[in-house]
Design a protein around this ligand. Structure first.
Ligand code: ADP
Ligand code: MG
Length: 497
């Protein structure tokens, strides 16, 4: 068990510095250097070619779409785009890397010198400087069988090369100082902002649970903000925003305890343990790890023309931070409401629902109410709830046009979620439509008024709220399907004429 210092004491006595390395898998049709499909979930070792298997003599070819996506991402992160850059071989041996080198970029990244303004939970904006964003290929996947899923204690291991050669952009920050007690929040918000951007500009599905976005989290402590940087640890592959924040906090508390006891922090990789929220020592790492980088001789250098770069820049869509600000104003909602919507993963869904014809208030109500509840109960992401944007827009229109009451609309939604069809079909099948036909309503109203002369008296005396009793009867007789406002009008009309 690691010794941990209390978090409040850590931030009082030390200044944390972060470094984030975020890998984004690009959503191209094929891999970075060959024509094998770039897809998720296939049978092991079926999405491979001689290139992704590293067979002798196989020659790589650069995927142009991947370079376009990398430039898109670089531009969205306010980076400069290299006029010329090269791929390099990063040599190391591991079973999931069958070529024995990773094709990457070392001192010539395609994008560099950028920054990202990250919005924190209270609306404060924190700028993170980006050193570089380079293109590389992913490795395959090892699965360790027997034991606890780790190589230690396993009986044997399996290798799947479907992921080998999938295009990645690795985004590396400069050391992030000045976050203080908010370092865990800054780290998580930064990675989330990158995820949102990658999705918004269409370069990746950016699904954390599929490993489309993976973060390595570097943390160090120093006594004061003007002290030199302390020794960092690098916690590998932390795969949810919550875990990123927790990993930063854990490392801060652990390193502070090490330093306070007069020992030195070891420069090492560590592994995040989702099960108990701790980090575990990996291998000791020096800054001079020798990967014997050398220029990849099988690939020509890249020289993206300035015209192409400007074309890509011009085609960038509205970025998430700008969109949030615009929609907040258009919808007339508070910072807090917008934050809830963003945190619920509902922003795009609501925006699309409004585009499909719903009122913004209606779209917000459905996605943040009934549908959010359904997602929670079924442990789904909001966008995985079995309802379409057009369904929700249609439902909202049925309410605004008075064809359904709120209650009937909820029943219609229930039917849609149960797979009975779109809202119109469910309304027809279940007979949910509001009764607003005057003749039908009057038949019920006349009978009710005849049975309750005292109510008629009260209404004539000006006690209009007495009409509520008759409206109640109408609702009961129609199983809640009456247009209550119309019924009330008809009652007053009947009594007073
Ligand atoms: P490595 O090859 O070890 O992964 P990188 O340069 O790719 O190194 O990434 C290291 C990350 O850690 C970068 O984001 C860098 O800015 C950051 N970093 C470097 N030194 C420190 C430090 N002392 N404390 C915290 N972060 C650091
Ligand atoms: Mg690195």
């Amino acid at each position: 068990m690691d010794e941990l210092m209390d978090y409040a004491d850590v931030v009082e006595n030390y200044d944390p510095v972060l470094g984030l390395e975020v890998h984004v898998e690009l959503g191209t049709k094929t891999k970075m250097f060959d024509a094998a499909p770039n897809a998720f979930g296939g049978a092991p070792n079926t999405f491979v070619t001689p290139v992704s298997l590293g067979l002798p003599g196989a020659l790589p070819v650069v995927n142009k779409k991947a370079i376009e996506y990398a430039i898109r991402l670089g531009l969205a992160l306010n980076c400069e785009i290299a006029e010329s850059c090269r791929f390099a071989r990063k040599n190391y041996f591991y079973p999931d890397l069958c070529k024995n080198f990773q094709t990457s970029q070392s001192d010539e990244p395609i994008a560099f010198n950028g920054y990202l303004d990250v919005e924190l939970a209270d609306g404060e904006v924190f700028r993170v400087d980006i050193e570089r964003a380079h293109v590389e290929e992913d490795a395959g996947k090892n699965t360790h069988i027997g034991g606890e899923g780790r190589i230690h204690g396993a009986d044997h291991s399996l290798v799947d090369y479907n992921r080998a050669g999938v295009p990645l952009v690795e985004i590396v920050t400069r050391p992030i100082a000045g976050a203080g007690a908010r370092a865990p929040e800054v780290a998580a918000a930064y990675v989330q902002a990158i995820r949102d951007i990658a999705r918004a500009i269409g370069v990746s599905e950016a699904r954390m649970e599929r490993g489309n976005v993976r973060a390595d989290v570097n943390v160090s402590l120093r006594p004061t903000p003007d002290s030199p940087l302390g020794t960092r640890t690098e916690t590998k592959n932390v795969n949810s925003f919550r875990s990123i924040a927790k990993a930063v906090e854990y490392e801060m508390c652990r390193q502070a305890a090490v330093l306070a006891s007069g020992q030195l922090v070891l420069q090492e990789t560590r592994h995040w343990q989702e099960s108990d929220g701790t980090t575990l020592a990996g291998r000791v790492k020096s800054d001079a790890d020798d990967y014997r980088y050398f220029p990849e001789p099988d690939l020509v250098p890249l020289a993206p023309s300035r015209e192409w770069v400007e074309e890509i820049r011009a085609s960038l869509p509205e970025l998430p931070a700008v969109k949030r600000k615009r929609l907040k104003e258009e919808w007339g909602i508070s910072d807090l409401e917008m934050r809830d919507i963003v945190n619920a993963g509902a922003l795009i869904l609501i925006e699309e629902t409004v585009k499909a014809g719903a009122s913004s208030a209606g779209a917000r109500k459905w996605w943040m109410g009934e549908l959010a509840r359904y997602a929670k109960d079924h442990e789904l992401d909001l966008d995985a709830v079995p309802v379409s944007i057009t369904d929700v827009a249609e439902l909202d229109q049925l309410v605004t046009s008075g064809k359904l009451t709120d209650k009937l609309a909820r029943q219609a939604l229930e039917g849609v979620l149960a797979g009975e069809g779109n809202p119109g079909e469910v309304v027809a099948k279940r007979g949910l439509e509001v009764v607003s036909n005057d003749d039908d309503l009057l038949a019920i109203i006349d009978a009710a008024l005849a049975a309750q002369p005292d109510v008629v008296e009260k209404i004539r005396d000006g006690k209009l709220q007495a009409a509520g009793a008759i409206v109640g009867i109408v609702m009961k007789e129609t199983q809640g399907k009456a247009d209550a406002a119309r019924a009330r009008e008809l009652i007053l009309d009947r009594v007073n004429n």
